[in-house]
Design a protein around this ligand. Structure first.
Ligand code: ASP
Length: 425
């Protein structure tokens, strides 16, 4: 019987395909098999069209052990914590199988050039796609990062992460680490290593370089352009995935990235950044009863009742434009918001425009909203306001204090003024 990794010939009614039998992704129905063709492309073949599968060559057994990596005493040490996602899964060309990069040896094998910049240490913290990451995972990850940061010989921490929710994790860690004596760099990959256009390799090199710098921030390191020229180092509270598949999908919103990082080790600083602190401070107290709600035409105001009934403590509304919500007629949300706030729920306003700032005083409809006691979140990204509210509600449930903290710039998430130059950079 053919096993994943075997070189096979699949004979169908009309055609014969030759390639490596791939492990079947969970999402595919069981009536399909997947083979990797010589061209590098994977194709799925419906089992009912298959007449025969011939094994041409059995997969080679993988060597269990790899060479130990030599330590270079002149170089700093970077700890890589892996959490899963595309960047962690590696396709072995000889077997066609996929396995995760979890050990230092795996990462070095993936991109040997990282050893030019640092000694590598690695640990697996999670092994999931980032759409499955939840607030408990953020706490678990933060505690693991804290342990690494406190090791004397470690200069910085790299976290490999799926790209879908990488910016949520980056923002949450930014709030959980008010003081940092070493940088924390999150990195992902948009394209897996079996594709010629994979961004894994350069992203990994640049993130390791970034983790050796003297920057006291949580940052995201990803391709800056569609080419393999340099990466951007984005502030953890000002970054967002803006494209489903492009290698340069991550963009700093409402400000410039902190730096450009080149794969040859050069760094070009673009804006002011937080300097290193003498110590690391960790605060993982969060309140998970926070919702993020998108506002749209025709929205049923009763959606808010659900969160009231479920005893939520905070709601972030992603309003339209300057932070609008429907305020007149049968779709008005005003009464619902008023009753949520009366029950002690913090209601915060962000904008689905992402760029720009919310403004409570521009239109009379916005003033109506402000009169309810809703908190306008300046130029904060909705996802950032969401994790910040969890963090703030972990400290206090008093609405005036919540407002004061939500309006306070804690870790670069709020810009007092926005330069026109930062739009779509
Ligand atoms: N859906 C995947 C994830 O976020 C995509 C990726 O890893 O880039 O984990």
């Amino acid at each position: 019987m053919a096993k994943p990794g075997d070189l096979v010939e699949v004979i169908t009614k009309n055609k014969t395909y030759k390639g490596i039998l791939m492990p079947k992704p969970e999402i595919l129905k069981s009536n399909t098999i997947v083979i990797k063709l010589n061209s590098g492309y994977n194709i799925g073949i419906d089992k009912k069209n298959i007449k025969k599968i011939k094994v041409i060559k059995k997969a080679k057994k993988k060597k269990a052990r790899r060479k130990k990596i030599k330590q270079n005493k002149k170089l700093p040490t970077v700890s890589i914590l892996s959490t899963g996602g595309t960047i962690s899964s590696k396709v072995d060309y000889t077997t066609g199988g996929t396995y995760a990069s979890l050990t230092a040896e795996d990462f070095v094998e993936l991109e040997p050039k990282i050893l030019k910049f640092a000694n590598i240490r690695a640990k697996q913290v999670l092994q999931i796609m980032s759409e499955d990451v939840n607030p408990d995972d953020w706490v678990k990850l933060a505690k693991e990062v804290y342990k690494e940061l406190n090791k004397k010989d470690v200069s910085g921490v790299v976290i490999t992460h799926g790209t879908d929710t990488l910016h949520y994790t980056a923002a949450m860690l930014s709030f959980m680490f008010p003081k940092l004596s070493k940088p924390i760099v999150l990195v992902g990959a948009q394209r897996s290593t079996d594709r010629g256009s994979s961004d894994t390799f350069m992203n990994l090199i640049c993130s390791v370089i970034a983790a050796t710098q003297r920057i006291g921030e949580v940052m995201v390191c990803m391709h800056a352009t569609p080419n393999d020229d340099f990466c951007y180092l984005h502030r953890g509270t000002k970054v967002r995935k803006m494209h489903t598949s492009r290698r340069d999908a991550f963009r700093s919103i409402n400000q410039f990235p902190i730096a450009k990082v080149f794969p040859d080790g050069r760094i070009e600083i673009l804006i002011d950044y937080k300097k290193l602190d003498g110590k690391n401070e960790l605060d993982t107290k969060i309140d998970k009863k926070v919702a993020l709600v998108y506002i749209y035409p025709g929205m049923n105001p009763k959606i808010i009742d659900y969160y009231i009934k479920q005893r939520y403590h905070g709601i972030i509304l992603m309003g339209t434009g300057l932070g609008h919500i429907p305020t007149t007629g049968k779709d008005s949300l005003i009464l619902k918001i008023r009753s949520a706030i009366k029950k002690g729920i913090a209601v915060c306003i962000t904008s689905q425009c992402l760029y720009g700032r919310t403004h409570e005083f521009v239109y009379s409809n916005l003033r109506k909203l402000e009169n309810t006691g809703a908190i306008f979140c300046e130029d904060m990204l909705p996802e950032v306001a969401y994790v910040k509210l969890m963090h703030v509600l972990g400290k206090t449930k008093k609405l005036d204090k919540v407002k004061e903290l939500m309006k306070k710039n804690m870790t670069g998430e709020i810009n007092p003024s926005l330069s026109p130059k930062v739009f779509l950079v």
